[in-house]
Design a protein around this ligand. Sequence first.
Ligand SMILES: NC(=O)c1ccc[n+]([C@@H]2O[C@H](COP(=O)([O-])OP(=O)(O)OC[C@H]3O[C@@H](n4cnc5c(N)ncnc54)[C@H](OP(=O)(O)O)[C@@H]3O)[C@@H](O)[C@H]2O)c1
Length: 296
Amino acid sequence: MKRILLFAKNGQLGWELQQTLSSLGQVIPLDYPEVDFAKPLSLRDLVREHKPDVIVNPAAYTAVDKAESEVDLAMAINRDAPLVLAEEAERLQIPYLYYSTDYVFGSSDGKPYVETDTPNPLNVYGQSKLEGDLAVMSTNAPVIIQRVAWVYSMRQGGFVTKVLQWARQQEVLRVVDDQISNPTSSRTLAEVSSQILAKIFEHPIEWLQERRGVYHSVGSGSCSRYEWAEEILANDLRREEQTVKTLERAKSDEFPTPATRPLISRLNCDKLYNTFGLRHACWKTSLKFMMENSGR
Ligand SMILES: NC(=O)c1ccc[n+]([C@@H]2O[C@H](COP(=O)([O-])OP(=O)(O)OC[C@H]3O[C@@H](n4cnc5c(N)ncnc54)[C@H](OP(=O)(O)O)[C@@H]3O)[C@@H](O)[C@H]2O)c1
């Protein structure tokens, strides 16, 4: 039985990974406060105590606006802690799965970004994640970094549940149509991650070493937040509870936030397909599946 050390078991992605990884080995799920990524060196002892065969790390400081005023904390969690785990993976020569973000990029001209495009983060969160990618890649850990975007689940606080909540409180819903990316189901991302790991397990570690690096890994197809909201409302299982009568298009500059966000940050996932033969389902299919199976 492979021992799979999984961090952030209660996060959107971590929760789904707990389910999908269990078919591949013994999952050792951990989370805050048992583990504190703000104290990166404490992770070293933890890895040595649990002696894993794989490390899976979806933990992150994800409060994009708050990060503008909590720079040191964001850097500790998103740069320093992933580095410590990479050093341990290198020492043990074990696979390390880690996650990055489309926010390492600025706004594109519309063409989906590929892995070799030059990053240009517009906010502290994006900068901290980019520094995390660079720190992890500066080791010789057998690592796969999946760069993901617009991750959602049916748990409170994310875009999908916020739209459903607003649709029950307001008659007019205004959603920006100038932010464009790839909605990514946390369930689909967890399945893709598990399939990557299954392929890794079929080969010696040298096979992974030859393929280590960054892979874009998002829902197939892209849309604006307005189109995403439209699809969420259409798939609402309790549509009779909606008070909303009109969904209106808005622009990002109508809703100023502490952190600047890239407007267009579509990701091209061909490298993932060409290397592992894997593609995410169409974002609309994954959304429908997620909403139909949530019972809400
Ligand atoms: N959500 C998105 O739209 C999005 C977009 C692009 C990339 N990503 C990346 O995808 C990955 C998964 O994100 P997600 O959507 O699952 O985010 P999430 O739901 O916010 O999960 C992050 C997890 O990290 C944990 N965490 C935060 N601070 C910690 C600390 N000091 N010590 C230990 N654990 C800590 C959180 O615990 P608490 O909840 O207790 O704080 C939470 O369980 C991350 O690498 C993220 O950067 C996400």
